[in-house]
Design a protein around this ligand. Sequence first.
Ligand code: SF4
Length: 376
Amino acid sequence: VCPTAALTELNHTDKVWRVLNDPKKHVIVQVAPAIRVAIGEMFDMEPGSLVTGKLAASLRRLGFDGVYDTDFGADLTIMEEASELAHRLQHDGTLPMLTSCCPAWVKFFEHQFPDLLDIPSTCKSPHIMFGAIAKTYYAQKIGIDPKDIVVVSVMPCVAKKAEAKRPELTKGDNDNVDLVITTREYSQMLKEAGVDFKNLKDEEFDKLLGESTGASVIFGTTGGVIEAATRTAYEWLTGEELENVEFEALRGMDGIREAEVQIGDKSLKIGIAHGLGNARAMLESIQKGESKYDAIEIMACPGGCIGGGGQPYHHGDMEIIKKRQKAIYSEDRNKKKRKSHENQEVLKLYKEFLGEPYGEKAHELLHTYYTPKEKI
Ligand code: SF4
């Protein structure tokens, strides 16, 4: 927070109330994986309280026309990202491949490492992928003009507001995601509406774009995106079923972590960094040729999105972050399906609309590009 109050946080709750009160608009909402393990703190619940069902119920109380889960977008991201990794490994593509779902990290990268712009995955982030599918496939399915659909994202992140406005991620006037609010802003809306969050009965997300697997839930913590991609890449590259989906070597809270994962006859070297200082150190070692990786995950916030800038304030208390992380892993363990390529709604989307993962239509809607920016 700026000590002189010269800078203040952008608050978009008014805009969300306005569209919710506009009868001409079909307003749908999605919530990121990290929200469900943190928002309870805004309602005097213990850190690490897992409130997925209350979250879905609360969104309905505010009057959204569709209540969806960014986890669906995360599973879709893995379908594309694991395909891209397999493609790069099998066709001598550029390695390492960097995950690309953290917009603060992408912005940092464009300014600080413009000579390495061929290494990030071209996949859009999960909530932007969700928006792209909402304005096309979903619009067709429900028979509504995409111009009348408003997509609201509830995110643990303030950088997602700027991400949603990146020219690379919007199509003409029809932004994939129209409005982004943080966990704190969403909590403010619930309080304004007098919703008794703590005592809500659990509800489910809506069908069509609401199914999720354990792989998508772990996107919320450092190491989770690369673990989810590894679960799918393993089965696709070996043709064998992965029995133990928990890659302990990729987990933990050290700022920089390295692990080797055996996939068939290939040993995949994976790097993980969280916090931009750690990310810079890792990338500089790649630049100097000191480190060789096949895949890297970087998240700007300590702990990943569970420690995001839009979450309930934790004031750097890593014990709170660890409790949120524990809750993320418990939701993963409780899921019947734990690999993204088992998500039936995602598979239906490919069958009915997108065609092959990493195919032409998927590229058009789900992939992006990066632009070198001036060093600041
Ligand atoms: Fe946003 Fe932080 Fe998550 Fe990056 S790590 S997407 S900046 S909340």
